[in-house]
Design a protein around this ligand. Structure first.
Ligand code: FAD
Length: 306
């Protein structure tokens, strides 16, 4: 499986493969499995539909690794608008932002200022902002950004990746802030110098970090589709009698849709990550890499309809 995953990451750098996907993904519909659509209206429509079925939303306007201040500032404006739209339309859900979309890689001070602006807008609207974790070249800067913002505002949380060796230390560092942490396995292609190379090791670390989070006063978002981890979380919560407002499940739009609804039926809180926007290709390729079987439906669509 790691070989196939590497192959998909390799393909995702090949324009001959990605160009037809980018051109036809929305028109032929296969990109819509994981991406709500290209506009904010698409994202809000999906959020409303999920709300109607008892699921909460986490809106993500796609885009990453911007290189101009103006793009970072536009991202900030966009997120503030999304927050206002959520409030006006009575949609239950928050937002999730990517630091490299706010200039982290070339202007960390600007990124902090823009993140603060977004978090302050969210606070005024009684809403919450989660910060995604991107590839390992950005981890230290993202944790530092989060610390700075979280010291000033409580309505901000952070994603932490179980595949990184450093994550346990990062959680110990963040523990005094008692923040909300979204625990994920990790979606990028990372060298073995920074990340566990084997899935089994990642799963073991996910389990260990889950225990660490629930035992040390964090608010926890259990963000996984892995049945074993879902069961582990349920067991910990039952045994430790964790209050419902201290934790939730999170999944991604288009992955294990039936399971998302079943968990809501069982009485659990479920938040769905809803990406939308024109810059959907890198996100879409990561979803393919997670489950190379997904490649089949893309290739089939391209052959039949492209
Ligand atoms: C809400 C949420 C937010 C996330 N935020 C981040 C982030 O900020 N940074 C980051 O690096 N990663 C993020 N991720 C992605 C995460 O790191 C994993 O890559 C992804 O969730 C797959 O891991 P898994 O825990 O589902 O377990 P896996 O063991 O990979 O998968 C378990 C099962 O889930 C199903 N499944 C998983 N992925 C797919 C897929 N793409 N298509 C179809 N079925 C699938 C399969 O049935 C699979 O057997 C996020 C994930 C979620 C759920």
């Amino acid at each position: 499986m790691p070989l196939l995953r590497d192959f998909v990451f390799w393909l995702s750098k090949k324009k001959t493969f990605t160009r037809p996907i980018a051109r036809t993904g929305m028109r032929l519909g296969f990109a819509r499995r994981f991406v709500a659509g290209e506009t904010l209206e698409d994202g809000l429509r999906v959020a409303r539909e999920l709300n109607a079925r008892g699921l909460q939303a986490n809106m993500n306007k796609l885009g990453e690794f911007v290189t101009a201040r103006s793009e970072a500032e536009d991202t900030c404006q966009n997120y503030r608008r999304i927050l206002r739209e959520l409030a006006e339309k009575n949609i239950t859900g928050g937002i999730s932002i990517k630091p490299t979309q706010l200039g982290l890689t070339f202007a960390p001070d600007l990124c902090r200022e823009l993140t603060l602006r977004i978090v302050e807008e969210a606070a005024a609207l009684n809403n919450f902002v989660e910060i995604d974790m991107e590839d390992s070249s950005t981890t230290e800067a993202t944790v530092s950004l989060f610390e700075a913002v979280r010291r000033q505002h409580s309505n901000v949380g952070l994603a932490i990746q179980a595949y990184l060796y450093r994550s346990r230390t990062d959680l110990e560092r963040l523990q005094p802030l008692q923040p909300k942490i979204r625990l994920v396995k990790g979606a990028y292609r990372e060298p073995r110098s920074v990340a566990f190379p084997k899935k089994k090791q990642v799963d073991e670390n996910y389990r260990a970090l889950l225990h660490f989070l629930f035992s040390n006063g964090f608010r926890v978002a259990v963000a996984t589709h892995d049945e074993k981890m879902l069961e582990e979380a349920k067991r910990i919560v039952r045994e430790r009698q964790v209050a419902p407002d201290r934790w939730e499940f999170q999944m991604i739009l288009g992955v294990r849709r039936d399971r998302q609804e079943a968990l809501v039926q069982e009485g659990y809180k479920m938040r769905v990550y809803i990406p939308f926007g024109g810059e959907w290709l890198p996100y879409f390729m990561r979803r393919l890499a997670e489950r190379p079987a997904n490649l089949a439906f893309v290739v089939k669509s391209l052959l039949l309809g492209g």
